[in-house]
Design a protein around this ligand. Structure first.
Ligand code: HEC
Ligand code: HEC
Ligand code: HEC
Ligand code: HEC
Ligand code: HEC
Ligand code: HEC
Length: 274
């Protein structure tokens, strides 16, 4: 078999050539390689996939995913990963299996259950807590590096940049007056609750909310990230912080208004030479 070092894999691909931990049971029909590791053919029943340029691989073939087709990609993941332990009660999961709104859950945050189909203005909504406090009952004020030090007022220059970006790209980066809050960066509804054609409904969700955010530890990501690295590095130099280390490893994003892994979100507010 060809050495995988030469294989060009799609960006953000699943890890390969990795041992199966004891806690995981790989189904018998998913062959492991000689070292007992997962390999291309463990997951893909495609002949010579490792020698085929990846844009020539037919992703729609039934057995592209071994034992497929699968209705949902997560059904494939759960062939190996444990469904139970990957399921946390995530209150942002607001659609049931049929795609219907879980209306009782709206009231974790809204005083009344809103109807997204109705005509509304945002001022119609009353929240249980002030927007800048809404998340803190369940999340820490420092859920991640750089969250807390973003909860401040933007200056006029930045405000203007944000407004311009919102108009140009039809997205919403809500501020509370001039104050950045958690929801300036985060969408809080599962994708599909709000009308995706409206600015407020635009959001990033790379995979099922149940699986949540994913961080990439694998070295391949370095290649993918190379392109934005220098830009983030400049921002890091400017701020004196190694932000690239924390942000470049995001693999799957959920509940964000714009992608952060390529810097799009950051560039709404921050300006630095490209
Ligand atoms: C643990 C399972 C697993 C293993 C092992 C695996 N893959 Fe994949 N592969 C996936 C998944 C899941 C996707 C779909 C990713 C996505 O959501 O786009 C994928 C997608 C792909 C695609 C299509 C990419 C695209 O965007 O069209 C190619 C090509 C591919 N894999 C090649 C390989 C090769 C070559 C190997 C071995 C070096 C390999 N895969 C090993 C799970 C696996
Ligand atoms: C053939 C079995 C198999 C399938 C199918 C599979 N995985 Fe994995 N996955 C593994 C193994 C083995 C590991 C490495 C051991 C570990 O981290 O638990 C792993 C690791 C991971 C990791 C951690 C990677 C890291 O960088 O630490 C994530 C996230 C993941 N898988 C997500 C998925 C998703 C999402 C799917 C479906 C698209 C999927 N897996 C399908 C076997 C599988
Ligand atoms: C975790 C808290 C939370 C939950 C749960 C929640 N919302 Fe919201 N909702 C918000 C916040 C914060 C805003 C204002 C920010 C925004 O525009 O996203 C909002 C705004 C909205 C808006 C107006 C969006 C716009 O156009 O500006 C609608 C419609 C809405 N929610 C519907 C719902 C429905 C329906 C549910 C239940 C299925 C729900 N929400 C559950 C926090 C929540
Ligand atoms: C009633 C409790 C509750 C409230 C209020 C709440 N959250 Fe959450 N949130 C959760 C739970 C539970 C999860 C599931 C993952 C976990 O346990 O961290 C979650 C997950 C998330 C995640 C994704 C983490 C992941 O990896 O899947 C983000 C981002 C997030 N919340 C942001 C917010 C923001 C922003 C607000 C305020 C508008 C908010 N949350 C309000 C309970 C809450
Ligand atoms: C400047 C933008 C920004 C602000 C402000 C912000 N976040 Fe985040 N947050 C991010 C990014 C980027 C990520 C990582 C990628 C993702 O969400 O998919 C993240 C991740 C998270 C996660 C998941 C962490 C994990 O590793 O699972 C939670 C929970 C979260 N944020 C909650 C909050 C809360 C609560 C606030 C307000 C106190 C907040 N965030 C403020 C940008 C922001
Ligand atoms: C809504 C606007 C906004 C967004 C989006 C945003 N920032 Fe910021 N950021 C600010 C403001 C305001 C400050 C404080 C003033 C300054 O340093 O320019 C700041 C400061 C910083 C600092 C310096 C923190 C310190 O303690 O000195 C870093 C690093 C940073 N941001 C990185 C990021 C990254 C990475 C992203 C994308 C994930 C991001 N920002 C997204 C507005 C934003």
């Amino acid at each position: 078999m060809a050495s995988h070092a030469e294989v060009k894999l799609p960006p953000l691909h699943h890890v390969v050539d990795i041992n199966v931990p004891e806690s995981m049971t790989v189904p018998e029909k998913f062959p492991l390689n000689k070292k007992g590791q997962i390999d291309c053919k463990t997951c893909h029943d495609v002949k010579n996939i490792e020698e085929t340029p990846f844009d020539e691989v037919d992703r729609d073939a039934d057995d592209f995913f071994r034992q497929g087709p699968y209705q949902q990609i997560t059904d494939f993941c759960y062939q190996c990963h444990d469904r139970e332990s990957n399921q946390r009660e995530n209150i942002h999961r607001l659609l049931d299996d049929k795609g219907e709104l879980k209306k009782q859950q709206c009231k974790f945050c809204h005083v009344e259950t809103p109807d997204p189909e109705e005509e509304y203005v945002r001022e119609d909504f009353e929240f249980r807590l002030l927007p800048q406090k809404l998340c803190l009952g369940c999340h820490l004020k420092t859920p991640h590096l750089n969250a807390n030090n973003h909860l401040l007022e933007v200056d006029d220059d930045m405000l203007e940049r944000i407004k311009k970006y919102e108009r140009k790209h039809q997205v919403s980066i809500p501020l509370n007056g001039k104050l950045i809050t958690c929801i300036s960066c985060h969408a809080v509804h599962e994708k599909g609750v709000l009308d995706m054609h409206k600015a407020a409904g635009k959001q990033v969700q790379d995979r099922d909310l149940e699986l949540g955010i994913g961080y990439e530890k694998h070295a391949w990501n370095n290649i993918v990230q190379e392109d934005k690295k220098s830009r983030l590095k400049k921002l890091a130099e400017h701020s004196g912080q190694e932000i690239e280390l924390s942000y470049q490893r995001i693999k799957y994003e959920v509940l964000l208004r714009l992608p952060a892994k390529d810097g799009t979100l950051c560039l709404v507010c921050h300006k630095f030479d490209l």
